[in-house]
Design a binder for this molecule. Structure first.
Ligand code: ZN
Length: 155
């Protein structure tokens, strides 16, 4: 499987807003291949999320997979999820600070406040609408990746 070239800090694509994905007209095999390559690239880079601007595609789409690990023994895992055209429809009142890394900002960590709970609506790779209620680390990862789709980095 091909590892996609990742865009790094300083690349203007990381500061741009992305375009919605039109799943009805998208080339299905090409889209599925892109998704598989994104998961593979994310895994090889040791990340839990990868947004399309990070692989030089300005689309409203990211992939996420959260596993328990030595660094994160307490997280609630999340199976491989493809998130297309997401929108956060509800935010908790509460924010929490925690350290975040980013595959586009090697060797940098930032203390970032995030909403502790969110409800997010999106489409899966088949165009089926999903509504997820997320909290804690899962909510943090989604907020980080959705920021990427709006051209926002932790630095
Ligand atoms: Zn990032």
């Amino acid at each position: 499987m091909k590892i996609l070239t990742r865009t790094k800090f300083g690349n203007p694509i990381l500061r741009q807003r992305t375009q919605p994905v039109f799943l009805k007209t998208a080339n299905k095999s090409r889209f599925q291949k892109l998704i598989q390559q994104m998961f593979y690239t994310m895994k090889r880079a040791g990340g839990v999320g990868l947004a399309s601007p990070q692989i030089n595609k300005p689309l409203q789409m990211f992939v996420v997979e959260i596993k328990k690990s030595k660094i994160r023994p307490e997280v609630k895992p999340l199976k491989k999820t493809i998130v297309v055209n997401p929108k956060i429809t509800s935010y908790s009142k509460k924010l929490a600070n925690d350290w975040e890394g980013c595959l586009s900002l090697p060797a940098i960590r930032g203390l970032v406040p995030r909403y502790t709970d969110i409800i997010v609506e999106f489409y899966n790779q088949l165009g089926k609408k999903q509504i997820m209620k997320l909290s804690g680390f899962q909510a943090r990862v989604f907020q980080h990746e959705i920021d990427h789709l709006n051209g926002i980095l932790i630095k």
